[in-house]
Design a protein. Structure first.
Ligand code: COA
Length: 201
């Protein structure tokens, strides 16, 4: 996907016209924070996306439940007709850079959102969903008054993907998992929120 336009964010949810009522009540597309009840669906996507590839994954099932219990408001799920197709899980962090403790801790007094994981269900990849979901999530974070920064760690091959979403490279991440090394990236949530406030919209 070349760049992310504002359109997907602004596009209204498709509503059935009076003459074409849907036969079921599940919305075609829904974005909402996750809850601990979503943990198994989250982990199913993680299992395929990460564990089957490298044997590791950003969050194990108990960690998914842990963060969705502590800070569900820092997660976002994309559901198609009730089925989870993509998600983001974050928690608060209180340092400028990520350390191994960031993998398991939620620091509610911090000003930085640590984005633990973005993943899209295999059958929905390469359709713009990962970009759109992250874009919506960043817009949402800009509405949270205490959030100033977002940090994430990713493998080198995904650096261009996150750059397109406004993330800047901070350098090698202090966290390694087995043989895997990561690049740490930063997004200035506060800077964007200030620019928006100053530009009057
Ligand atoms: C990475 C991921 C979240 C991207 O979501 P997506 O919906 O497939 O991505 P989009 O359709 O929005 O964007 C496509 C872009 O993603 C990038 N991308 C996606 N997967 C990639 C991969 N495995 N390697 C390199 N770039 C990749 C490419 O830049 C691609 O751009 P292109 O179409 O110009 O080639 C998704 O592929 C996924 O869940 N992968 C497995 C889990 C994962 O690696 N998560 C990231 C953890 S940091």
């Amino acid at each position: 996907m070349s760049g992310v336009s504002a359109m997907p964010f602004l596009k209204p949810m498709s509503l059935p016209s009076p003459g074409r009522q849907r036969r079921h009540t599940l919305p075609a597309s829904e974005f909402r924070p996750l809850s601990p009840q979503d943990a198994v669906s989250v982990f199913e996507i993680e299992r395929e996306a990460f564990i089957s590839v490298s044997g590791e994954c950003p969050l194990h099932l108990d960690e998914v439940r842990h963060f969705l219990t502590l800070c569900p408001e820092l997660s976002l799920g994309w559901f198609e007709e009730g089925r989870l197709v993509a998600f983001i899980i974050g928690s608060m962090w209180d340092q400028d850079r990520l350390t191994p403790e960031a993998l398991t801790l939620h620091k509610p007094k911090g000003r930085t959102v640590h984005i633990h994981v973005l993943a899209v269900h295999r059958t929905f990849r390469q359709q713009g969903k990962g970009s759109i979901l992250m874009w919506r999530y960043l817009q949402y974070l800009r509405c949270l008054p205490k959030v100033r920064h977002a940090l994430l760690m990713c493998e080198e091959l995904l650096v261009p993907f996150y750059k397109k979403l406004g993330f800047k490279i901070l350098g090698p991440c202090a966290i390694t998992v087995g043989n895997l090394t990561f690049t740490e990236m930063h997004n200035a949530i506060w800077g964007h929120a200030l620019m928006r406030r100053n530009s009057g919209y």
